[in-house]
Design a protein around this ligand. Structure first.
Ligand code: NAP
Length: 276
């Protein structure tokens, strides 16, 4: 029985992937911050006799919670076949928000939690036959950058800037992971699903919520359609330590977004930022 861990596995793309792998007979552990969404997934999973479902409630804006989660998962699951990173909550508008640990919100949730879980589950993944990490974000989008002099954006904050920075940080996370764990056999995939109709607009303030819902109604793919190429990749991951995809299209790893020096620089900066 495969073990599949999905952050953000209680809604949108993550939930679609959770249900898919349950139907395939996997042991799926979904992580989310809302107990009711986790319970809803477990209730739905009860109708699928093939797989085994678990839910862990964790607020991944907290680095400590992410570290505790990684430790718990590694202890309970010495072999992890797939780690899928989907947890996200956009804060495109409004004032800068920090977590109780003092990190800017998007940096903490969208980037630091993925950093901690990717590296924290390395040994358990390495023990699997064809281990894969899929970091779901926006590789290939030429927007945003790392603000090296002020990554917490204390001086010139905007929600869009913070969100885009977290996306670019995840591109570099994948590059660095591939360099640092080149011989691990783990396939790290940065994946852009395109526009998909998910629960994402729910957390946006009005009028952005209505505008995004209207956009989704016109252009967005359904979750089952969007997850089909994802599961194809997850089940037959590339041999290279790091690859990036926009749906089925493999992206060239050139350009600043995938720069190896930047990736290692961000890796070391992140290691200094987070408590050990
Ligand atoms: N949808 C798109 O068009 C699109 C396009 C490009 C990229 N993506 C990427 O795809 C990924 C999945 O997006 P989606 O659209 O499927 O999102 P979604 O439907 O909004 O689901 C987000 C998931 O993240 C969880 N989450 C949010 N805050 C959390 C926290 N603090 N701690 C733990 N879990 C948390 C949510 O559960 P709770 O609410 O219970 O916390 C939920 O399960 C994201 O990385 C997104 O950037 C999506």
């Amino acid at each position: 029985m495969q073990t599949v861990i999905i952050t953000g596995g209680t809604d949108g793309l993550g939930k679609g992937l959770a249900l898919h792998y349950l139907r395939q007979g996997a042991h799926v552990i979904a992580v989310g911050s809302t107990a009711a969404k986790g319970q809803a997934l477990l209730t739905e999973a009860d109708t699928i006799p093939a797989g085994r479902a678990g839910f862990i409630r964790s607020d991944l804006t907290s680095v400590t919670a992410s570290q505790e989660l990684a430790e718990r998962l590694a202890q309970d699951h010495p072999v992890v076949d797939k780690l899928i990173l989907c947890a996200q909550r956009y804060r495109l508008l409004g004032d800068r928000a920090t977590t109780p640990e003092g990190f800017e919100h998007s940096f903490a949730l969208a980037y630091l939690s993925r950093f901690v879980l990717s590296h924290g589950l390395h040994d358990a993944l390495r023990a699997a036959r064809r281990p894969v990490i899929m970091n779901v974000g926006t590789p290939g989008v030429p927007l945003g950058r790392i603000h090296w002099d002020d990554p917490q954006l204390t001086r010139a904050y905007s929600g869009t800037k913070a969100t885009l920075q977290s996306f670019r940080a995840n591109d570099l996370l994948g590059v660095a992971f591939g360099v640092l764990h080149a011989d691990s056999g783990i396939s790290y995939i940065g994946y852009n699903p395109g526009v998909v109709s998910t629960g994402m607009p729910q957390s946006l303030p009005q009028p952005l919520r209505a505008a995004t819902k209207a956009l989704f109604a016109m252009f967005a793919a359904s979750v089952p359609k969007a997850t089909a190429p994802m599961t194809a990749l997850l089940d037959d991951p590339p041999a290279e330590p790091f690859t990036a995809y926009w749906q089925k299209r493999r992206l060239p790893l050139n350009g600043r977004a995938f720069d190896r020096q930047d990736a290692l620089r961000l890796h070391h900066l992140t290691r200094e930022l987070i408590p050990h």
